[in-house]
Design a protein around this ligand. Structure first.
Ligand code: BMA
Length: 846
C-alpha cells in the first residue's frame, strides 16, 4: 500500500516536544498538504508560499527553509488480518528516499532514524501497527545540527558542510547550479504486508551470451520469518511475446543466497540502440512456502555481457567497453540531476531527456557523482532505449571521513542498497568510485592547498570494491574519474577529463607537480582538443547560453541584457572571463545579449564538433567521448547541451551529426592539407561515393571531387588528402565553405569553414520559409550567401526539431519537422527563423 496523503508543517528547532507532534491524535487538519515524493521547497512553491526560487534572485530568499525543523504526517486506515496458524503477518514500512536526517514515528512511537538521502529505509512496524486508523510522523532536522560539531576538511568544493552529510552534493551549489538545500520525503513510501518469508533480492547475471545459447545465473535471496519454513523459488524468463524462454525451480534457505543457472536457446541479446536492438526479457521469481505463493518479483532484464578492456589485443593500453564482445565507441554526455528539486521531478522529464540522448545518437550517459543514484525510471528508460550507463558512486570533489566507523557503515549500506537496486539493469555498464577526487587530491596537495591525508581514499579503493565483489562482480569497477597513470588524468592510462579547454588546466602534468592554469585565448581554446590522444574522454565541454525563451522566463523585466546582474547570476562558474576568452578566439566578443546567445552557442557547438570528430578519427586508440554536460538542473547558463526548459542548444543539433554512427569529417588546420575521414561505428560494412565540394560563401563552386569508399565495420579511415592550394585555387580561405556528403551512405552532410568564425567574410543571406501546419514542417531556403547558424524558435519549452542551428548554402532547401514533446499544440504564431547573417525570414503559413 502506497502512502501518498501527507501534511507538512515547520517549527523552530526544539519548539515542540516531538512526542506531541508525533501523537496519533494530533489535529493536523490545518497543516498544508504536501507532495510526496517531493520536497519542502516544491510543496511551498505549489502552495504559493514562496516565490519560485529560480526566478531572479529568489533562490537566496528561501534559505530560511534550511533552518527549520520540518514535520510530515500521514493518517490512514489499515487492515490487519489475524492468523491463527503461528504464521502471523509482518508489516514493513519502506521509505525509498528520506532527505536527510529523519526521525520516524508510527502511532506516536519512535521506530527509528535515517541519515542518508541515498539509502532505502525499511522498518519492521509489526509491533506498532493497529487495525483501523494509523498515523506516521517524520521529523527532519536542519543539517547544521548534524555537522556543526564535526571536523571540517581542507577540501570540500563549494561548501565545507558536505563531508559528513550523505546527500546530493549539488544541493549546496555547484559551478552550474545554485545552492538549494532540499529537505523532505523524496522517494515513495509504502507499507508491505508479509507472511512466512519475503524475497530480499533477485540478481540476474549473464554468464555467457553466444548466438546459439546464453547462460544466465539467477540468484535469489530470501528472508524467512520462521526457521522451519519450506521455501522454493520458481524462476521463469519470458520473451517479449510472453513465451517461457527458460525456467528453473530451486529450494531456498532464508538468509542465504541460492542460485540457478538458466540456459536460453537462440537468445536475443541486449544491444545499445546504435549496434542492435535493446531486447528485453521479463524475469519472474515466485517465492513459495509449502506450495503457497508468499512473494513475487517481476522485472525486465537483458541478456548481454559487458567488459572494460584496459589492454587491447596487441597489448596496447585501452579503455574500451566491450558489449557482447564488441568493442564500441562510447558517445554521450554527463548527466546531472534533472532539477535541484530532485524528488519533485516527473518521470516525463526523465523520458524526454533520455529520448533526446538517443535522438542525438548518444549511446552512453554518465551519472555524475555529485547528484544521486538515479530513480528507477532512469535505468528502465535506458534499458528500453538501449543507452549504456556509467554510474558514479555519490562522492564528488571533497575529502570524506573514512576514519569514522559510523560514517563508513552508513556508506557501506548506501552502496549495498544501490548496487542491489540497480544491478539487474542491462544498461548499467560500469561502477565508478568517485568524481575527480584522486586527481584533484594530488593537484591540491602538490599546490599546497591540502596538507592532510587523503581522507576518503579507503572508500574507493577498499570499501566499494569489497561491496561489489559480494553484490555485483558482473560488471567493471573503476575507482575514480579520471583515473589511471601519472597523474590520474594521464592520456595513456584510463579515462581523462579534458579541462584544458575552458578551465585552462595546463597539461601534461605528473604526480606531485603544482598545477598550472593558463587563462589566455590559447590556454582555453577548443583547439587544444587536437593535442589530446586520450584513451577515453569522460568529461570535456564549454558553456553556451540557454535559449532565449528559457532565460526570459526567469529573468526579471528590464534585466534581460548583456552585462546585467541577473544574467551574471545565471552563470555559477568562477571566473566568467573563460567564456569570453573562448568567444574572443572564435567568434569575437559579444556586444549584446543576442550576440552572447548566438556566439556562445556557436562556439560550444563548433568546439565540441572539433574535439569529438578528432576523438572519433582516433578510434583505434580513443574509445569514448562523454560531453560535460547533458542537461541543466535550473535555468542557468552552463556546459549543457539541453537547457532547463528542455530546449536543445545548437550543440545538441550538432551532436546529432558528430555522434552519428557514420561520420564524414575533415581534419584541417590553416596552411595544412585537407584530410577527409570516414568513421563507421556500425557492425556492418558500408560502400558508396563521397563527394568533396568547396564553395565560395556566395555559393559558387570552387572545387569538387568524388571518390568511392569502402568502409569496413567499426573503423576510422582517412579517405583522401588534398592540398590546400589545389582546393582553394584563387579563392581566399576566409571566403569558402567545404561540404562533405555521401548521398548513398547514411552519413549526414558535414560543413566546414577554413577559418574561425570571426575571420570569415560572410555575405548577407536572405531566408525564406514555409510552415506547413498539417505536417508540422518548416521548409527553409537561403539566397544571396551561405546562411550561418540558421535558427528556428518558438516561444515555448520542450520543443524538438528534426534539425536546427544549421548552415544553408544558397539554393539549398531544407525541411525540418517540429515536435512539441508535451503533446501540446505548437505555438506556430510565435515561429521565427533567422541566421547569424540573415534577418528574420518571411514565413509563409499554409
Ligand atoms: C568537472 C565536473 C563537475 C563540474 C565540471 C565543470 O569538474 O566533474 O564537477 O561541474 O567539471 O567545471
Amino acid at each position: 500500500m502506497k502512502i501518498t496523503d501527507w501534511r507538512l508543517q515547520h517549527f523552530e528547532v526544539g519548539e515542540k516536544p516531538p512526542l506531541q507532534v508525533a501523537a496519533p491524535g494530533l489535529d493536523d487538519r490545518f497543516w498544508m498538504t504536501a507532495n510526496v515524493p517531493g520536497d519542502v521547497h516544491s510543496t511551498l512553491i505549489d502552495r504559493r508560499i514562496i516565490e519560485h526560487p529560480y526566478f531572479g534572485h529568489n533562490d537566496i530568499k528561501c534559505r530560511w527553509i534550511e533552518q527549520k525543523e520540518w514535520w510530515y504526517r500521514a493518517q490512514f486506515d489499515y487492515e490487519i488480518h489475524e492468523r491463527h496458524d503461528g504464521h502471523g503477518e509482518r508489516h514493513e514500512l519502506i521509505f525509498e528516499g528520506l532527505d536527510t536526517f529523519a526521525t520516524i514515528f508510527v502511532n506516536g512511537l519512535e521506530i527509528g532514524t535515517a541519515e542518508n538521502m541515498h539509502r532505502i529505509y525499511v522498518f519492521d512496524v509489526t509491533r506498532v501497527m493497529r487495525p483501523g486508523k494509523n498515523a506516521i510522523a517524520v521529523r527532519f532536522d536542519p543539517l547544521h545540527l548534524h555537522h556543526q560539531d564535526k571536523e571540517q576538511f581542507q577540501w570540500s568544493s563549494y561548501t565545507k558542510e558536505r563531508p559528513w552529510l550523505r546527500k546530493a552534493a549539488m544541493n549546496f551549489g555547484w559551478d552550474w547550479g545554485p545552492r538549494m538545500v532540499t529537505v523532505g520525503i523524496w522517494g515513495g513510501v509504502r507499507l508491505e504486508r508479509r507472511r512466512v518469508a519475503k524475497l530480499d533480492s533477485v540478481f540476474v547475471q549473464t554468464l555467457s551470451a553466444g548466438k546459439e545459447a546464453a547462460a544466465l545465473r539467477v540468484a535469489v535471496d530470501a528472508v524467512a520469518y520462521h526457521k522451519q519454513a519450506q521455501l522454493t523459488a520458481e524462476i521463469k524468463l519470458f520473451t517479449r511475446e510472453g513465451e517461457v524462454a527458460a525456467s528453473a525451480a530451486i529450494s531456498v534457505k532464508g538468509g542465504r543466497e541460492t542460485a540457478a543457472e538458466l540456459v536460453v536457446k537462440q537468445p536475443q541479446l541486449w544491444w545499445s540502440h546504435d549496434l542492435g536492438e535493446p531486447y528485453l526479457y521479463e524475469l519472474e521469481v515466485q517465492l513459495l512456502a509449502a506450495g503457497e505463493q508468499v512473494d513475487s518479483y517481476r522485472k525486465r532484464c537483458g541478456i548481454r555481457t559487458i567488459e572494460l578492456q584496459l589492454e587491447d589485443k596487441a597489448g596496447k593500453p585501452a579503455f574500451a567497453f566491450l558489449l557482447n564482445g564488441v568493442k564500441l565507441f562510447a558517445k554521450g554526455s554527463n548527466w546531472i540531476p534533472a532539477d535541484s528539486f530532485i524528488g519533485a521531478v516527473k518521470d516525463k522529464r526523465y523520458t524526454d531527456l533520455i529520448e533526446l540522448a538517443v535522438d542525438s545518437n548518444m549511446n552512453m550517459l554518465r551519472i555524475w557523482a555529485g547528484g544521486i543514484y538515479e530513480k528507477d525510471v532512469f535505468y528502465e528508460e535506458c534499458d528500453r532505449l538501449g543507452v549504456l550507463v556509467w554510474q558514479d558512486f555519490a562522492f564528488a570533489n571533497a575529502l570524506f571521513p573514512d576514519f569514522n566507523r559510523n560514517f563508513m557503515e552508513n556508506v557501506r549500506q548506501e552502496a549495498i542498497d544501490n548496487v542491489k537496486r540497480l544491478r539487474n539493469h542491462p544498461s548499467l555498464a560500469l561502477w565508478c568510485g568517485n568524481n575527480e577526487i584522486d586527481w584533484l587530491y594530488d593537484m591540491k596537495s602538490a599546490g599546497g592547498d591540502i596538507t592532510c591525508p587523503f581522507y576518503g581514499e579507503s572508500i574507493y579503493h577498499e570499501l566499494l570494491p569489497e561491496v561489489l565483489e559480494q553484490y555485483d562482480s558482473s560488471r567493471p569497477y573503476w575507482p575514480s574519474s579520471p583515473y589511471g597513470g601519472n597523474d590520474a588524468n594521464d592520456p595513456d592510462v584510463g579515462d581523462r577529463h579534458n579541462w584544458q579547454v575552458w578551465h585552462g588546466s595546463v597539461y601534461p602534468r605528473k604526480f606531485g607537480e603544482a598545477p598550472l592554469l593558463d587563462y589566455s585565448i590559447e590556454g582555453v581554446t577548443f583547439k587544444n582538443y587536437k593535442k589530446d590522444f586520450t584513451l577515453f574522454s569522460s568529461e570535456f565541454g564549454m558553456h553556451a547560453s540557454a535559449n532565449r525563451y528559457t532565460l526570459e522566463r526567469y529573468i526579471p523585466e528590464g534585466e534581460f541584457y548583456w552585462g546585467s546582474v541577473e544574467l551574471a547570476h545565471r552563470n555559477k562558474d568562477t571566473n566568467h572571463q573563460k567564456g569570453i576568452l573562448l568567444m574572443e578566439g572564435y567568434t569575437g566578443i559579444p556586444q549584446n545579449i543576442e550576440e552572447y546567445m548566438n556566439f556562445s552557442m556557436l562556439t560550444q557547438a563548433e568546439g565540441l564538433k572539433y574535439g569529438i570528430e578528432h576523438y572519433r578519427r582516433n578510434k583505434h586508440r580513443t574509445s569514448g567521448a562523454l560531453v560535460w554536460q547533458h542537461n541543466d538542473s535550473w535555468p542557468g547558463t552552463s556546459w549543457s547541451l539541453i537547457d532547463y526548459e528542455l530546449l536543445p542548444k545548437a550543440s545538441f543539433y550538432y551532436a546529432k551529426k558528430f555522434y552519428h554512427p557514420l561520420l564524414l569529417s575533415l581534419d584541417y588546420e590553416p596552411g595544412q592539407p585537407l584530410c577527409v575521414w570516414a568513421v563507421n561505428d556500425r557492425l556492418s560494412a558500408h560502400e558508396g561515393e563521397v563527394l568533396f565540394q568547396c564553395f565560395t560563401l556566395d555559393g559558387a563552386l570552387v572545387y569538387e571531387q568524388s571518390f568511392d569508399v569502402k568502409l569496413p565495420p567499426n573503423t576510422a579511415i582517412q579517405l583522401v588528402e588534398l592540398a590546400e592550394a589545389e582546393v582553394l585555387g584563387d579563392a581566399a580561405p576566409e571566403q569558402v565553405i567545404v561540404k562533405l556528403s555521401a548521398p548513398l551512405l547514411d552519413a549526414p552532410d558535414n560543413y566546414y569553414y577554413l577559418r574561425d568564425h570571426r575571420e570569415l567574410s560572410l555575405p548577407n543571406s536572405t531566408l525564406a520559409a514555409t510552415f506547413n501546419e498539417q505536417e508540422q514542417t518548416i521548409t527553409i531556403v537561403a539566397s544571396g550567401g551561405v546562411a550561418r547558424l540558421v535558427k528556428i524558435t518558438v516561444k515555448q519549452g520542450n520543443v524538438r526539431f528534426s534539425d536546427n542551428y544549421f548552415d544553408l548554402l544558397p539554393g539549398e532547401l531544407v525541411t525540418v519537422t517540429l515536435q512539441q514533446a508535451d503533446g501540446q499544440p505548437l505555438r506556430s504564431e510565435t515561429l521565427e527563423v533567422s541566421a547569424l547573417n540573415a534577418d528574420k525570414a518571411d514565413i509563409h503559413f499554409n
